[in-house]
Design a protein around this ligand. Structure first.
Ligand code: QV4
Ligand code: CA
Length: 514
């Protein structure tokens, strides 16, 4: 009986691994360095992400993509694969390997955005206008650099009139037809599954820790599982033997469609898009929503189970009106509310958290739509992406927003690490938009999103002492650069948060205690 239970434990332990982010212990978030160059990511791992406890980086698709010229080099050209060669505007294979090695060496792991449902758009023409110069022909579905040919696409399996997905209530169309005309791979074929697995195993061999599965909703869960079952365990140079890649699948499920996030639980975690959409509505106080309702945030709001969720406030699509979430999504453009939303996400125990790090683009709303939603990363006249420069005040230059470097956000990434494993506790609210909660005996946070002052004594659950508020400042040596909070012997502290404060929320934790 003993041996059997041990064996079962082993099996459960191993097959559970793909839900585990494979971050170093005590590192509880990843950052999406959207469109960053590999050389800049390597530097950021060493100089900023490791020292501040980030667990990893989600990178933009590293495989060769179409070069789109109309509009000029849009960010979304990287979601139109031409081959699985590791060369893009972010860098070549040498630079990719250097990034993975240097980041892993400082305990910051790499998560690859894997675009494996499709190749380029059906109208992307022919030739070698691709980031590695490979020849391809969209019209004849010829991708010799993989190789893929017409046999490897879903054409005859799709039953829609146009060949594109026309109806999201027809689950076969969603999987077997073209997403916005992108040539749809026949993932029921072992040949295609093997080519995709070969690409992902090449990345695993280099040292990556896991994958964002792009457009997962558009692949049959079983086909995706067949690909994942071909994947190797992670490279033992940085990971213990038998570690499986972390898998989180992009499945946009806001409800109302037959395809659900839970259809994909067998493969790994899923992106919970309801999270950012709802949190944006609450923090904006739309539709009568108020922060007091966040008392049962998480599964209580109909989200997937916490250990199946990858959560975020905004992502690269919905921060610019693509994908899902609509107008309620908060982004760096709404800085004050955005910091509150990210602060709340990082303090709350639900889900595995991803912080967005964006580039600035010239938004231009015409009839309520941003006609510049396509604009690609900051680049030079020759099309090369501009490096990330760091200013004296630690912000980024060259139009890189670097939200992950904003003091309030960076400090909340650290807060999440400090309180890891601690229960959601000591909830208080004023029935409106003033709320507070703790994480066991390690951390406590207070929000004032009402139009009047918050002035109240609360049970924090923390040990007595003087704490630095890590939102208005931080602990430097033995002083606080911002506000201080005094917790008395019974765990009670007085909080005064003006509704006119630059950031109307306060966060304290035991590693920011004088
Ligand atoms: C358009 C028309 C087509 C037409 C075609 C003719 O929509 O009907 O046939 O022109 O050429 C770009 C253009 C889009 C164009 C398409 C093909 O924006 O107008 O089709 O190319 O030429 C990103 C962008 C898309 C972009 C795509 C490919 O968001 O705008 O399309 O890259 O370049 C659903 C999915 C979800 C998806 C989300 C956006 O369920 O999985 O839509 N999200 C992921 C990524 C996203 C990416 C893709 C999927 C595709 O997060 O960034 O789309 O890989 O909700
Ligand atoms: Ca598909």
């Amino acid at each position: 009986a003993y041996h059997l239970s041990f064996f079962l434990l082993l099996v459960v332990g191993v097959c559970w691994a793909q839900y585990s982010p494979n971050a170093l212990s005590g590192r509880t978030s990843i950052v999406h360095l959207f469109e960053w160059r590999w050389a800049d990511i390597a530097l950021e791992c060493e100089r900023y992400l490791a020292p501040n406890g980030f667990g990893g980086v989600q990178i933009s698709p590293p495989n060769e993509n179409v070069i789109v010229t109309d509009p000029w080099q849009p960010w979304w050209e990287r979601y139109q694969p031409v081959s699985y060669k590791l060369c893009t505007r972010s860098g070549n294979e040498t630079e990719f390997r250097d990034m993975v090695t240097r980041c892993n060496n400082v305990g910051v792991h790499i998560y690859v955005d894997a675009v494996i449902n499709h190749m380029c758009g059906a109208h992307a023409g022919a030739g070698s206008h691709a980031t590695c110069g490979s020849y391809f022909s969209a019209k004849t579905e010829d991708f010799p650099a993989v190789p893929y040919s017409g046999w490897d696409f879903n054409d005859d399996k799709c039953k829609s009139r146009s060949g594109d997905i026309e109806n999201y209530h027809d689950i076969s169309q969603v999987r077997d037809c073209r997403l916005v005309s992108l040539l749809d791979l026949a993932l029921e074929k072992d040949y295609v599954r093997s080519k995709v697995a070969e690409y992902m195993n090449h990345l695993i061999d280099i040292g990556v820790a896991g994958f964002r599965i792009d457009a997962a909703k558009h692949m049959w869960p079983g086909d995706l599982k067949a690909v994942l079952d071909k994947l190797n365990d992670l490279n033992t140079k940085w990971f213990s033997a038998g570690t499986k890649p972390f898998i989180y699948q992009e499945v946009i499920d806001l409800g109302g469609e037959p395809i659900k996030g839970s259809d994909y639980f067998g493969n790994g975690r899923v992106t919970e898009f309801k999270y950012g959409a709802k949190l944006g509505t609450v923090i904006r106080k739309w539709n009568g929503e108020k922060m007091a309702y966040l008392k049962n945030w998480g599964e209580g709001w109909g989200f997937v189970p916490s250990d199946r969720a990858l959560v975020f406030v905004d992502n690269h699509d919905n921060q610019r009106g693509h994908g899902a979430g609509g107008a309620s999504i908060l982004t760096f453009w709404d800085a004050r509310l955005y910091k509150m939303a990210v602060g709340f996400m990082l303090a709350h125990p639900y889900g595995f958290t991803r912080v967005m790090s964006s580039f600035r683009w010239p938004r231009n709303f015409v009839n309520g739509r941003d006609v510049n939603d396509w604009v690609g990363p900051p680049s030079n006249a020759d099309g090369s992406v501009r490096p990330v420069t760091i200013n004296a005040d630690t912000t980024c230059g060259n139009d890189w927003v670097c939200e992950h470097r904003w003091r309030q956000i960076k400090n909340m990434v650290i807060f999440r690490n400090v309180v890891d494993g601690q229960p959601f506790s000591n909830w208080w609210d004023n029935g409106s938009n003033q709320v507070a909660f703790g994480r066991g005996s390690k951390g406590f946070i207070v929000f004032n999103n009402d139009d009047w002052d918050l002035n109240i004594s609360l049970q924090t659950g923390l040990p007595a002492g003087t704490y630095c508020d890590v939102i208005s400042g931080e602990k430097e040596g033995n002083t606080c650069t911002g506000e201080q909070v005094y917790v008395s012997g019974d765990g009670i502290a007085r909080f005064h948060v003006s509704n006119n404060a630059e950031d109307p929320f306060v966060a304290i934790h035991v590693n920011a205690k004088l």
